[in-house]
Design a protein around this ligand. Structure first.
Ligand SMILES: Cc1cc2nc3c(=O)[nH]c(=O)nc-3n(C[C@H](O)[C@H](O)[C@H](O)COP(=O)(O)O)c2cc1C
Length: 303
């Protein structure tokens, strides 16, 4: 593993522990928490058929990990069938960030998947240590797979696409590090979120922190429950209109502290600061970047 800007690169493929240790020790310990236990496993149908039966006594559900399979999803469908034949608990299928995620999600739902998990880390990617000129990863080509904040927009897109075509629940995963990220993932259509990189980088206490922040987010925004946010971006999509003309942002002067972030990143030279922030409508291209650069929500696009 290597920390890179935006997250982590990893080349981990399998569990570090032999299956005997999971079966004799780890699952038992995990069950002591009293929390539902979803057991992740993979990869081939033959392996899944054996492993699913072995882990069944400990599992409330299974999650089948998949890897890049190109356009042929038959290995994933075969793995799902093997798991469904082997156990009576729900089986979720975890997906890599495919472009045609809707097609795959639908095929898996029709084949009996009880839920979908998306996304796995993204790659192959390459990280180079400028001090040595060598790739960080010890893999054959030096490639690694990217996770963390850098892949959150990709994960959101996958969840959003899949949630519009399937009815089974979706676990959103990719770059979730705080309550607001979790809310966004749910707005895209996820029923639950998973967190990996943030927990590696910040420690396992982050799970409780995210739950607290999510609750605060719901309270602060007047949402009565998660149901109000789940799929919100999908429900609200009909309110959006496709436009090809520019809108000049409106400045809420009382929110602005004249920090200058918007001015620095305005490639059109449209923003200036004197005693107040001003946007020159003649120069503004309406790209909208300044709106999302502002930490204080002092800029907004007019409706
Ligand atoms: C070190 C590391 C090891 C991982 N191993 C697996 C794995 O064995 N199986 C799997 O399905 N996903 C694996 N993942 C992917 C994560 O479960 C997750 O889908 C991905 O990292 C995106 O979420 P994140 O940004 O919260 O990390 C791994 C990720 C990391 C960083």
């Amino acid at each position: 593993m290597a920390a890179v800007r935006g997250g982590l690169l990893n080349t981990e493929l399998w569990s570090e522990l032999p299956k005997e240790q999971w079966l004799d020790c780890e699952y038992e310990q995990a069950r002591e928490t009293g929390l539902p236990l979803i057991i992740g496993l993979g990869y081939t149908a033959a392996q899944i058929s054996i492993l699913a039966r072995l882990v069944r006594p400990f599992a409330d559900a299974l999650e089948l990990s998949t890897h890049y399979v190109g356009n042929d999803i038959s290995p994933i469908l075969d793995g799902l069938k093997a798991a469904k034949d082997a156990v009576d608990v729900p089986v979720f299928v975890k997906l890599t960030p495919h472009n045609n995620i809707q097609e795959i999600a639908l095929a898996l739902e029709q084949a009996g998947a009880d839920g979908l998990v998306m996304i796995n880390s993204f790659g192959p990617c390459l990280g180079i240590d400028a001090e040595t000129g060598l790739p960080y990863m010890g893999s054959k080509e030096g490639y690694g797979w990217l996770s963390g904040p850098a892949i959150k927009p990709l994960a959101l897109r996958c969840v959003y696409d899949a949630a519009r075509v399937v009815r089974v629940p979706i676990f959103g995963v990719g770059g979730v590090a705080n309550g607001r990220d979790a809310a966004e993932m749910m707005m895209a259509g996820a029923s639950a979120v998973q967190v990996c990189t943030a927990a590696i980088l910040q420690g396992p206490k982050i799970y409780g922190k995210i739950v607290r922040e999510l609750n605060e987010f719901l309270d602060n925004h007047g949402y009565a429950s998660l149901e109000d946010v789940r799929g919100l971006a999908i429900r609200r999509s009909s309110e959006r209109t496709f436009r090809t003309y520019a809108k000049v942002p409106v400045v809420e002067q009382d929110q602005c502290n004249l920090c200058g972030a918007c001015e620095t990143s305005c490639a059109y030279g449209a923003v200036s600061r004197t005693h107040k922030l001003e946007i020159d409508a003649g120069k503004c291209f309406g790209c909208g970047l300044c709106v999302t650069r502002c930490q204080r929500r002092a800029l907004r696009l007019p409706s």
